[in-house]
Design a binder for this molecule. Sequence first.
Ligand SMILES: *Cc1c(COP(=O)(O)O)cnc(C)c1O
Length: 229
Amino acid sequence: MTKDIGYNINQVLQRIQSAAQSSGRNSSDVTLVGVTKMVDYDAARACYQAGIVDLGENRVQELNYKIPYIPQARWHLIGRLQTNKVKDIVGKVCLIHSVDSWHLAAEIDKRYSRAGLQAAVLIQVNISGEQQKAGINPAEVETFLDSIGQLSSIQVKGLMTIAPEVRNTEETRPIFRELYHFKTTIAKKTLKNVNMEFLSMGMSQDFDIAIEEGSNMVRIGSAIFSTGD
Ligand SMILES: *Cc1c(COP(=O)(O)O)cnc(C)c1O
């Protein structure tokens, strides 16, 4: 298992490198978040020890279970965050990828403010417009970011999206391209507590394409942890 993880990580890193190169960038511009949701702490630790210091979980309970085993990692919350769980992650994660409502943003602000901390967050955008997908409608993002300025304990660090599952991964390319353009447009505006440092897009099935289209943060689980049996 551990041996597979090392091998898989090398494969992923090579693919990141060639995708970065083909978009004229350096692979060091791309942060690889190892998504450990489908494995236990020993595999997650093997991933960390193989050099992947950014680890991501999509559930608060699982995150809190694993953090004590690998406290040195930079933990990311990548999945949908329920308002009543915000209190359980305050100060524990380096980045919350999935802010998708004002209600959630206000709760994060309240809890972090009480703790005297700043929350680094990404805004999840539903670029494909799928009804069942989480994320803010692109048309509403700018107004949303404007209001975030009122929340002094939140720092927006960029945008995140989850592409729809498709047969042919090329179908995701226009979605990634659109979000990149969107990010570039927002980056030109001056919005309080907002910068566009990170564009979190790309998972195991589509990270090459996401990087080619401008992603600088990919969230990868199965390509690292599946053992091929
Ligand atoms: C599970 C998950 C990932 C990783 O998915 P893989 O296809 O296993 O790479 C990335 N982002 C989010 C939000 C996830 O829930």
